[in-house]
Design a protein around this ligand. Sequence first.
Ligand SMILES: [Ca+2]
Length: 186
Amino acid sequence: MNFEGGPGLRELAAALVLVAALASEARAHDVPHHHHDEGGVTELEEERPERSTLHEVILYVPNRVLDLLDVVRARVRIGPGIAVGVRATQVVDLFIGSYNSLYVGLPGPRGRRLPRSPIGVEDNHGVEVSIIDGATGFGFAPEYGPAEVGAGAQVALGGIDLGVEPWEAIDLIAGFFMIDLRDDDL
Ligand SMILES: [Ca+2]
């Protein structure tokens, strides 16, 4: 009697354990969702579709490389003009001059998800002092980072622009722990 009843009970017990496990897993999934929805833990996660763990793993190395490239600007410029610029954040900066150029090198902070090209067009014309920005590039201004520190100059047919963005360095370090402070990961 028990010979047949035993396995039947065991199967029933196993099925109950399975159902209980699935139910508790479903609840475990629900809880963080509610946290995100109600608490608004991070706005970033709500602005974009949630990335899967697989997505993050596959793009982990490319994203760290792009984060690293964001830290340094080292553009060599070829083209006519005369200009000088220095900056230590957007508030403490100075630019005066005019140039049209083709640049080559490390382009500097992306300020977006798409990588910037190591070769491109760059121009800038006018005067910029701190937040009073009278300088304009005709679609190809250098676009510095908000905390970027650096300097550049253009003389006759050549120029150079060097900079470091500490904010991107912090984003790089946070990125190793899967935290995307700049919201620029692919
Ligand atoms: Ca990042």
